[in-house]
Every structure is written in C-alpha cells, then in structure tokens.
Design a protein around this ligand. Structure first.
Ligand SMILES: *Cc1c(COP(=O)(O)O)cnc(C)c1O
Length: 394
C-alpha cells in the first residue's frame, strides 16, 4: 500500500504558518509596523515623512520632556543601566523602593508594588488573587491583558456587557465561587469612557467581591493632580486593588499595583510575573520620580488636554460617523466598516495626519473606528487641522 509521505498528510509547521499569513494578508488584517524616526510626540517623522500624530498614549506630552531626559542621564550615572537581577534576588534598588512609596502616597493607598509592564501587573495580580474554584467578573470591553490574566488564573471567567451593572449583579448573585474578583478598565482603552467606580464598589461590598481597577489611561489624566480614577470619584475601600501603567501619561515605562498592605505583600511573595523577571532598570524608577512630580504640579498639561477635547468636539462636524461620548484623551470616532475605517486612516495619512484605525477583534464587529489620542503636546491648531480634515472626509 502506498502511504502519502508525512508532509502531505500533515502540512509542515512552515506550510501552516505560510497559509495563516496568506490568510491574514488576503483579509486585509496583516499588521505592519511603521518606522518612527523621531522621539514620540505631536510631530513625528515616520518612514521618512513628517506627520502630525494622534496615536500615542503620551497624554501629557512627557515622553520627550527635557527634565525626564536629564533624569535618565542622572539615573544612569547613579544606578547604571540594567537592574541585573529580579526584585527578590538583588534587583530591588533604592530608586525602585522610593518610587513605590511615592506611588502609594500619590494614589492614596497603603502600599504599592512595581512591575515591569502593565501586562505583567495584571497577570500577576489576577493569577495571585484568584484560582480554581474562584470567579472573575469582567467587563466585555476590558483590555486584553485582563482577559489573559483571568484565563491564566484558571478561575471561572464571566464577562458582562459593557458597563451593565445589572448584569454584573445577576452574575455576582448567582455565583457559588469561593472568591470573587471584579476586574475592569477604569478608562476603557478603545472607547475612552470611565467605569462607574462608586457603583462597582457598592456591588462588590454587597456581594463580598474584590475590585481590580486598571487605570492605565486615567493615571496622570483624571483626578486631582492627575492622581487617577480613585481621586476622581473619591473612592476608597479595603476591597480595592488599583493598577496603573507608567508608560502612558507618565511618559516612561512600567506599571504598579497599589492596595492594602497584605494584598501587596502576597503579590510580592507569589506573583510569578513579579518574581521570575528582571527588575525594571532602576534609572527608570529615577525618571519616574521626576515624572510624578511633573504630573502633580504641571496642572496646565491637564487643562490643555481638556481644552483640546473641547476644541475637537466643537470643530468636528459629525455626519455619518459618530464621536463617542468621552471626556478623556481617547476620542474614538466610530465609522463602522473595516474598509471605510482603513480608508479614512489612509486618507488622513496622505494629508500628513496619523490617526490609527482600530478594527475587530480589538473592537466589536461593525464598530471599526479612528482612535484619536490627544496629548498636552498638541496645539489647538493641530486639533483644528484634524477636525477640518475629518469634516472633509465624511
Ligand atoms: C496599555 C494597557 C495595559 C498594558 O500596559 P503596558 O505597560 O503597556 O504593558 C494594560 N491595561 C490597559 C487598559 C492598557 O491600556
């Protein structure tokens, strides 16, 4: 009997990957990286051409701030470049420690723990706090890192429709899980809307659940002195676990989780994404101390941002498209179809304006959009130019 050679029965890994890539290409879903040739900012050079960009999470315009560049130099001179070890071996430097204390005080929680990225912070917090027999309740529009964290934890993952507190309450009332953890973006990364923190906390209290708030887009932007979503709502509770990233409004890199002292201690003892990874370069901790100071005292950056949001809403004449109701730096213009969203983004790029088109699966089917990110680094005229270009496209 003639058996086909193994390669014909099972495509080789190489063939399977080539087919998968061809499929992405044919569906117009293959991603390409643009080459950024200048520091992040409102004006950038990309692939050899100058643009006005509305793509970054550098909401306060700190990523290229001279004081932070100077702090990086000083930090490198003082602490070297690499941490050289994980936090629990010998990588936890005085600069990290001082930053943790400053962050906890800044957001008004007893203690904070630094992670190397927001992705790792969410993975660490969720997998440490819940496991088999527990349940995670997640808003449908949460960031991917929170979903991945819940899956990795082996707790049951129950997702509720975006901001639907009644659905959440039904799920909480019906569960027989031992430990319950509600996880939510504080500011939703593709919609720019803000979670109703006091109501969520109230539900958590009523149903004996914990609340993990991912404030990646609120830290530095919302609340008094940029203290984030907790300050914005005056929210406080021992059930709260607060997470924020330091690579967005803070202009650098990293993340932290802040909570009651024992919660933080257990993360330090058990979170695998904290333990089994090299500590962030201490020079960055040094930079972030300076960044925290700028966030707190340069109120004009938040005022500028609010002014730019106002200007965009004033100048944009929406016809077919819909600007989502957002009071944060993320201003999504929903277009609907994937091709139309891509075409709009391409037309803007030809006019020298960079605005990313976001398509499913990052956002729900039929809600492809331009995700306009405003920054204190923009001028009023920049936003007017964008609104004018968008008005001409619709
Ligand atoms: C960006 C982001 C993260 C991940 O943070 P990194 O520091 O970039 O890894 C987590 N959650 C939300 C909501 C984010 O927007």
């Amino acid at each position: 009997m003639n058996r086909p050679p193994p390669a014909a029965r099972h495509p080789s890994l190489q063939q399977a990957l080539a087919a998968e890539l061809a499929e992405l290409e044919s569906r117009g879903l293959k991603r390409r990286r643009r080459l950024l040739e200048t520091p992040q900012g409102a004006r950038v050079t990309v692939d050899g051409r100058e643009y006005l960009a509305f793509c970054s999470n550098d909401y306060l315009g700190l990523a290229g701030h001279p004081a932070l560049i100077e702090a990086a130099r000083e930090g490198a001179a003082r602490c070297g470049v690499g941490a050289g070890a994980s936090h629990l071996i010998l990588g936890h430097a005085t600069a990290h420690h001082a930053l943790e204390e400053a962050l906890a005080a800044f957001v008004g929680l007893p203690r904070a723990l630094l992670f190397s990225a927001g992705y790792l912070a969410n993975i660490g917090a969720v997998t440490t706090l819940v496991g088999r027999g527990d349940a995670v309740f997640a808003d449908r529009l949460n960031h991917a890192s929170l979903n991945d964290a819940a899956l990795l934890s082996r707790a049951e993952l129950k997702r509720y429709p975006h901001l639907d507190l009644e659905a959440l309450e039904r799920l909480l009332a019906a569960t027989r899980a031992r430990r319950k953890l509600v996880v939510t973006d504080a500011v939703f990364s593709m919609d720019g809307d803000v979670a109703p923190v006091p109501q969520l906390l109230e539900l958590c209290e009523r149903h004996d659940a914990w609340l993990l708030l991912d404030d990646a887009h609120g830290f530095g932007v919302l609340g008094e002195g940029g203290r984030g979503v907790l300050s914005c709502f005056g929210a406080a509770s021992p059930r709260l676990i607060y997470m924020a990233t330091l690579g967005k409004a803070a202009g650098a890199f990293g993340a932290f989780v802040a909570a009651q002292s024992d919660v933080v201690e257990i993360l330090l003892q058990r979170a695998r994404s904290y333990i089994y990874t090299t500590a962030m370069p201490p020079l960055l901790a040094h930079v972030l101390m300076k960044s925290l100071e700028l966030i707190a005292c340069e109120e004009w950056r938040r005022e500028r941002l609010m002014q730019l949001i106002y200007v965009l809403k004033q100048r944009l004449m929406v016809k077919r498209w819909r600007l989502m109701p957002s009071r944060t730096a993320i201003q999504p213009l929903v277009i609907g179809g994937n091709e139309e969203a891509m075409a709009a983004s391409d037309a803007l790029a030809r006019a020298g304006l960079l605005v990313p088109a976001i398509r499913p699966p990052t956002v729900p089917q039929g809600t492809a959009r331009l995700r306009i990110s405003l920054s204190a680094a923009h001028e009023v005229e920049d936003v007017e130019r964008l609104a004018f270009a968008l008005n001409a496209l619709q």
